[in-house]
Design a binder for this molecule. Structure first.
Ligand code: LLP
Length: 403
């Protein structure tokens, strides 16, 4: 899509580069898949929370799914209107709940009876009615990585169906609560349709029975995120089939579908650029040491996630397996294991693909490493959307505390 060599020269490495046109195409494809039904794509801010990325989706009409008041603030600062902002998460502090109610967002997604109690209390104190949705845990195995599976009773997320029923009845009777939605999210990087359809069916049945038995009319059917992407050779779900699987469970219901995609919108639009520092061998093992590390892109270390890597210029020589490792003092600091690469030289540029979701956002300052710069490319034009962190940025909060 673009000349990575000149971007690396202009902005330095390590560097994140995002293709804003590819992000827009993904957004439009998914939005189109829900045509004919009221729908809201609430972008999962956690996937890539850069203000310019969130703003890009906001301008396309997206809402925002947020998991902290920080993300709520980010989304609204980036231009997402309050009536498209959702606040989810298993542990919200009182001050976060208060601010979400005061900001009058679309709804707060509650994840336990205890939490609903706090929301009710805080709304009553503020003399407001809090719009809520309840996250149901449908006990479905999404068949994805255990760390990103969330729809089983073993996971900390949501409440079971019986608890949800009880909560809706209680919320419906409360002056301070307005139950407007229902939510589920069974996991991330989903590549199979059946678990999604099954979960949707279970939750849709609950909506019907709440209507029939207690007269509760929910307005939003929030199916969470999770749509998988291709990192390697995965077979992924087509947006149209995804939408159809959900819509087929909602026949005869007048309800807005809310969807919270993160990875689908950003993963394959993002590239992580890193330069080779050295090659080395320990015995027969080959290492390519690069200037990017686990503090920049954690997914390989944390999940053994695979990311396709390519060289920015053609290289002579036969590719042989190498571990691509960073400068961080951890054996777990790698971007790839046994990856076939031709001989590399100091300064060569490598491109780590599919890095637009859960890349920069999961970064840290471990080993006093400043986080990378971020660049957007749109209609052939590149622009900086986050400055590279300096040493001064890293120590400012500590220096302020020195005598
Ligand atoms: N909605 C809820 C309630 C979620 O928990 C998540 C992701 C999403 C939406 C967005 O899911 P997506 O469409 O991006 O799959 N760090 C991991 C992924 C963690 C996902 C957490 N929740 C990774 O790098 O694979």
């Amino acid at each position: 899509m673009t000349d990575f060599n000149s971007l690396a020269d202009a902005y330095g490495t390590p560097l994140y580069v995002y293709d804003f046109d590819a992000m827009r195409e993904q957004y439009e494809k998914l939005k189109e898949a829900f045509r004919g039904r009221k729908s809201l794509l609430a972008y999962a801010v956690k996937a890539n929370s850069n203000l310019s990325v969130v703003g890009h989706f906001a301008r396309l009409g997206a809402g925002a799914d947020c998991v902290s008041i920080g993300e709520v603030r980010r989304a609204m600062m980036a231009g997402v209107p309050k009536y498209k902002v959702i606040f989810s998460g298993v542990g919200k502090r009182d001050d976060e709940i208060r601010e979400a109610i005061e900001r009058d967002i679309l709804y707060i997604n509650v994840e336990s009876e205890a939490e609903m109690g706090r929301v009710e209390l805080i709304a009553a104190e503020l003399e407001r009615t809090a719009r809520i949705s309840i996250r149901v845990n449908p006990n479905i195995d999404p068949k994805t990585h255990p760390y990103i599976s969330t729809g089983l009773h073993d996971n900390k997320f949501g409440v079971d169906i019986d608890t949800a029923k009880r909560m809706y009845i209680r919320a419906n009777a409360s002056e301070a609560l307005d139950p407007v939605g229902i939510h589920f999210h069974i996991g991330s990087q989903l590549t199979e349709l059946d678990p999604i359809r099954e979960a949707s069916e279970i939750v849709a049945d609950l909506v019907r029975s709440l209507h029939a038995a207690v007269g509760i009319e929910l307005k939003f059917f929030d199916v969470g995120g999770g749509l998988g992407v291709r990192y390697d050779d995965e077979t992924t779900i087509e947006p149209y089939d995804y939408a159809q699987a959900i819509l087929s469970t909602l026949t005869g219901m007048d309800i807005t579908v809310v969807c919270e995609p993160g990875r689908f919108l950003t993963a394959n639009a993002g590239y992580f650029l890193t330069r080779v520092l050295y090659e080395k061998r320990n015995g027969s093992k080959r290492f390519v040491v690069v200037d990017g590390a686990m503090n920049d892109l954690l997914r390989p270390s944390l999940y053994k996630a695979y990311h396709y890597i390519s060289a920015a210029k053609p290289h002579a020589g036969t590719p042989t397996p190498a571990d691509v490792v960073g400068p961080v003092c951890e054996s777990g600091d790698f971007l790839a294991k046994d990856y076939p690469l031709p001989p590399m030289e100091h300064g060569d540029l490598l491109i780590v693909h599919s890095a637009g979701a859960y890349g920069f956002g999961m970064g840290s300052n471990y080993n006093t490493r400043g986080r990378s710069a971020e660049v957007a490319v749109e209609k052939g034009e590149a622009r900086l959307i986050r400055m590279r962190e300096t040493f001064e940025d890293l120590i400012a909060a500590e220096q302020a505390c020195l005598d």
